[in-house]
Design a protein around this ligand. Structure first.
Ligand SMILES: Nc1[nH]c(=O)nc2c1ncn2[C@H]1C[C@H](O)[C@@H](COP(=O)(O)OP(=O)(O)OP(=O)(O)O)O1
Length: 223
């Protein structure tokens, strides 16, 4: 049986906030939940009745305290994340935001920080980011891809679990005391529970209709 066979998907968003003049990107250190201890863009699940773009707008405000006008939130790509022996894929709609309003702030889930393009912490990010993020920064979008993840072996996983449970109590303490952004971010290097076993990325979407079929379901590049 194909370990990457999927029967359904969740629709998620991911917003990369970029300062083109300064050549900086705003990332958030995820303190808890899926992808904890990794730096990532801002996003989450799209709620019923929301378009992905509306979901992206909401999550950016919730997680970083800033808003973006609809015309400044540009669809950069769609990635389907598939996890071994998990029939639910994550269809993630990725946006770039080159302008924003409001004051960046930390919340109990994310700690935002600007990074120079030359100092993006790829070793503390999802493994697929180093493939598509440099393309996005160069403006080489839209892209569409599938990223395949396998779980680490049992021995490696025990190590990850032990570190995660020790750090979650530290995170709880941190969350209680952190209402403002701190200058020295909490950046532990953590082992990751997954590794990427394969990927497939398409950059030439000229032949792809604006509604791209993803394993039997449809994702729109329009918003
Ligand atoms: N392989 C991967 N590479 C990547 O760059 N981002 C990924 C990823 N897999 C998931 N993500 C992103 C997509 C999304 O923004 C986030 C996961 O969203 P979650 O469902 O965990 O959201 P939250 O836990 O914040 O829940 P809600 O805020 O309640 O929706 O991680």
């Amino acid at each position: 049986m194909d370990p990457f066979r999927i029967t359904s998907k969740k629709v998620l968003t991911l917003v990369m906030v970029i300062d083109k003049d300064q050549k900086k990107i705003l990332l958030g250190y995820k303190k808890r939940g899926f992808g904890a201890h990794l730096w990532n863009g801002f996003g989450g699940k799209v709620e019923p009745g929301e378009t992905p773009k509306e979901g992206a707008h909401r999550e950016l405000e919730e997680e970083a305290g800033i808003t973006v006008t609809p015309e400044n939130l540009k669809k950069a790509g769609i990635l389907l994340f598939l996890f071994e022996n998990d029939p639910v894929a994550l269809e993630t709609h990725i946006y770039t935001a080159y302008e924003h309003d409001g004051q960046i702030r930390e919340c109990d889930e994310m700690r935002p920080q600007w990074f120079d393009f030359a100092a993006i912490p790829f070793d503390q990010m999802w493994e697929d980011d180093k493939i598509w993020l440099p393309l996005l920064l160069k403006g080489q979008d839209p892209f569409f891809g599938r990223m395949y993840f396998k779980r680490k072996s049992i021995g490696e996983q025990e190590q990850v679990d032990a570190i995660s449970s020790a750090s979650s109590s530290a995170d709880a303490t941190l969350a209680n005391h952190s209402t403002t952004m701190t200058s020295t971010p909490f950046t532990k290097a953590e082992p990751k529970p997954f590794y990427m076993s394969d990927y497939h990325l398409e950059l030439d979407l000229t032949g792809v209709p604006k509604d791209v079929a993803l394993d039997g379901t449809v994702a729109s590049f329009e918003n």
